[in-house]
Design a protein. Structure first.
Lengths: 91, 477
C-alpha cells in the first residue's frame, strides 16, 4: 500500500449557512454593489430607479477594482447599513 | 538510551579487525570483573567465540552512540558511557579494561573499520525515516488495488498531467532543498486564503516533478505570487488568459541547470518545466484555485500549466533583476501576470532605429492596438536581435527611452469608432497623446537560442493597482 501526503489545505468541505432571506422588502435598506466592471452601473442605475419608485431606501457601493475581492471595510459597511444587498456581475 | 554497566563492545562480522578480536572478546568475558555486552551490527551469531551478540542490525544502538568505527569499546557506569576507544591497540585495551595479557598472540595494532551507520545509503534512509516523523500533512493511504498515478487524478490533485505521488520519503528529500523549517508559513494562498507551510509547498513540488535544489525557487515564487501587489487572487479569477510567468535570475539558474537558451520558453528542461508547475499546483491544491471554479478564464492558455525560464545574463544589457535594483550575484524570481507568448519577426533590420520601430509596432497590439495603459507586456529579446543594439552601442536605458517615445499614441487613432472599430478609448480623450504602457509596465527579458531574428512578446493583464504589479523576490536558502 502506498501512503502519500495530502497536498491540499485539508479543510473539511465546509458548508456555510446562508443568511436568512427576508419575507418582504418593506422597510428594508437595499445596498447595490457595483464591482466596477464596464456597464455594470447601467444595470444598477436602472435597478435603483425601480426600487426607489417602490419606496425602498437604496444605498450605492462600489469596489475599488473588479479584480480584487471587496475590501473588508467595505464589506463591513454594507453589512451594517443594509438589510439586503444586490451585487451586479458583468461580462 | 540505557546501556548495561561494564564494558560494551560494538562489532560487525564484515570487519576483519572484529573477526581477529573474537578470541579477545571471549578472554574479556572470562576475566573482566563486570559485564561484557557485545552488539553486532550485521550478524547476531557473531562472534561465535562468545555464543553470538545482541542484535543491532537496525543500528538503533549504533546511531544513538554516533559510532564512526567498529570495533568500539565503551566503559559504562550508571547506564551512561564514561569512556570510549576504537579499533585494536593491545596496550590501550589492557589499560581500558584492566585485564592483563589480552590478545597475547595478536599483532599489537589494527585499525578498525567503518561503522555501518556511516554507509551513505543507510544514513540517508535513516534521515528519511527521522524526517518523516516531523511531517504534519494528513497521510492518505491509497487502496491496495489502486494505481498510484490514477489515484492522484481521482482525488482532484492534478492539473491534467500526471503527477509524482508525494510519498513521505519523497517529501523529506524535497525538504532537504531548503534550510527553512517544514512548518514555517510561506504565504497565505488565494483564493481560499490558506496559510501554506514549507511542507505543503514541498509536497506540491514533489508532485510537479521538482528536484530538491529547485525548492528555494518555488518557495520564492509562491511568496511573490501571494503578495497584494501581484494579486494572485485576481489573476486566478480573471476571464483573461493570463497566469503567473516566472523569470529566474542569478547564479542559481546555472547551478540548477535552468534553460535560458534554445527553446527557453518551451519544453525540455526539467527545472523550467517543474518550477512553474509547482507554483500552479500550490495555487490549485492549497489555495483551492481550480479552473471552472474560481479560475474563470474564458480560454486560458498552455502557459498556465507552467511558465518559468531563466534570463540569459551574460549579455550586453543588464539582466532584469539588476534593472529592478538587485545585485547580479543575488538570486531572484520576478513574477509577471502574462498571457501566452507570441512572436515578432524582423529579419531585415540591422539598425536599432528600425528594429525598435518593429518592436513598437508589435507591442502596440498587446491586448488591442487601440487600448493604451491598460495592459502590461514583457518583451523577450533574443541574442540575434540584441546584437543589433550591441553593435550600435544602445544601452538598455537608451532602448527604453526610444521605444517609449515610439509608443506615445495619438488619442484620435484610438477613440471608439476610429479605424471603423468600436473598441477604443472614450471620445473625450481624443486630443491627448497617451503611452501604450504605464511607467514600469514594460518588462524586458533576454533569452533564446543563438539563431533566429525573432523576439517574443508576453502580453500582460490589467496593470498596476487595478490588477497586477510585477513582483521581484530574493531567494532564501
Amino acid at each position: 500500500m502506498t501512503t502519500v501526503l495530502d497536498p491540499t489545505s485539508e479543510r473539511a468541505p465546509g458548508t456555510r449557512e446562508r443568511a436568512k432571506r427576508p419575507a418582504t422588502l418593506d422597510g428594508a435598506t437595499i445596498g447595490l454593489l457595483d464591482i466596477t466592471k464596464a456597464r455594470g452601473d447601467v444595470f444598477l442605475d436602472r435597478l435603483a430607479e425601480q426600487l426607489e419608485t417602490r419606496g425602498h431606501t437604496v444605498l450605492r457601493f462600489a469596489k475599488p477594482t473588479f479584480t480584487k475581492p471587496a475590501p473588508i471595510d467595505l464589506r463591513h459597511e454594507i453589512s451594517t447599513k443594509c438589510d439586503v444587498v444586490i451585487e451586479a456581475l458583468a461580462d | 538510551m540505557q546501556l548495561t554497566d561494564g564494558i560494551v563492545a560494538i562489532v560487525k562480522r564484515d570487519c576483519p579487525t572484529c573477526t581477529l578480536l573474537a578470541p579477545v572478546l571471549a578472554e574479556l568475558r572470562a576475566s573482566y570483573p563486570g559485564a561484557v555486552t557485545v552488539y553486532s551490527q550485521d550478524d547476531p551469531s557473531f562472534p561465535e567465540s562468545i555464543g553470538g551478540a545482541l542484535d543491532d542490525r537496525e543500528l538503533e544502538v549504533s546511531f544513538a552512540l554516533e559510532l564512526d568505527t567498529v570495533p568500539t569499546l565503551l566503559r559504562v557506569e550508571d547506564g551512561k558511557e564514561v569512556a570510549r576507544i576504537v579499533g585494536w591497540s593491545q596496550p590501550e585495551w589492557i589499560e581500558f579494561t584492566g585485564v592483563d595479557a589480552l590478545g597475547a598472540n595478536l599483532p599489537p595494532y589494527r585499525p578498525g573499520c567503518g561503522s555501518r551507520t556511516q554507509d551513505p545509503a543507510i544514513a540517508a534512509a535513516r534521515a528519511t525515516r527521522e524526517g518523516e516523523r516531523d511531517l504534519r500533512a494528513r497521510r492518505v493511504d491509497l487502496g491496495d488495488e489502486e494505481d498510484d498515478a490514477e489515484a492522484m487524478f481521482a482525488r482532484g490533485w492534478s492539473d491534467g498531467l500526471p503527477v509524482v505521488p508525494p510519498t513521505p520519503a519523497r517529501v523529506v528529500r524535497m525538504l532537504a532543498g531548503t534550510t527553512r523549517g517544514a512548518q514555517d508559513i510561506v504565504a497565505v494562498i488565494p483564493p481560499d486564503l490558506v496559510e501554506c507551510t514549507v511542507e505543503k509547498v514541498a509536497i506540491n513540488a514533489v508532485m510537479a516533478g521538482c528536484l530538491p535544489e529547485y525548492l528555494p525557487v518555488v518557495l520564492a515564487a509562491v511568496e511573490a505570487a501571494c503578495t497584494d501587489d501581484f494579486n494572485m487572487h485576481g489573476l486566478l479569477a480573471t476571464t483573461w488568459f493570463s497566469g503567473p510567468v516566472i523569470v529566474v535570475n542569478g547564479p542559481i539558474t546555472r547551478a540548477i541547470g535552468m534553460n535560458s537558451g534554445i527553446n527557453a520558453l518551451g519544453p525540455g528542461n526539467r527545472a523550467n518545466a517543474t518550477i512553474g508547475r509547482a507554483l500552479q499546483l500550490v495555487i490549485r491544491n492549497v489555495g483551492g484555485g481550480r479552473p471552472g471554479e474560481v479560475d474563470r478564464a474564458t480560454l486560458g492558455q498552455p502557459g498556465k500549466y507552467t511558465c518559468c525560464f531563466a534570463e540569459h545574463e551574460d549579455a550586453f544589457w543588464e539582466p532584469m533583476h539588476v534593472e529592478r535594483g538587485y545585485q547580479a550575484s543575488q538570486n531572484t524570481v520576478t513574477l509577471f501576470a502574462g498571457e501566452g507568448v507570441r512572436g515578432i519577426v524582423d529579419q531585415i533590420s540591422r539598425t536599432p532605429e528600425s528594429l525598435t520601430r518593429s518592436f513598437a509596432a508589435c507591442l502596440r497590439t498587446t491586448a488591442h492596438p487601440k487600448l493604451p495603459l491598460a495592459f502590461d507586456a514583457m518583451l523577450v529579446i533574443t541574442p540575434d536581435h540584441l546584437r543589433v543594439y550591441e553593435e550600435a552601442g544602445w544601452s538598455k536605458a537608451r532602448f527604453r527611452e526610444e521605444i517609449g517615445a515610439l509608443l506615445q499614441i495619438d488619442g484620435r487613432e484610438m477613440v471608439r469608432g476610429a479605424s471603423g472599430i468600436e473598441e477604443g478609448i472614450p471620445e473625450s480623450l481624443a486630443e491627448l497623446t497617451l503611452p501604450k504602457f504605464r511607467d514600469g509596465g514594460m518588462l524586458i527579458a533576454h533569452a533564446g537560442g543563438g539563431a533566429g531574428l525573432f523576439s517574443g512578446i508576453i502580453g500582460g493583464w490589467a496593470s498596476g493597482k487595478m490588477g497586477s504589479e510585477p513582483v521581484t523576490r530574493e531567494l532564501r536558502s
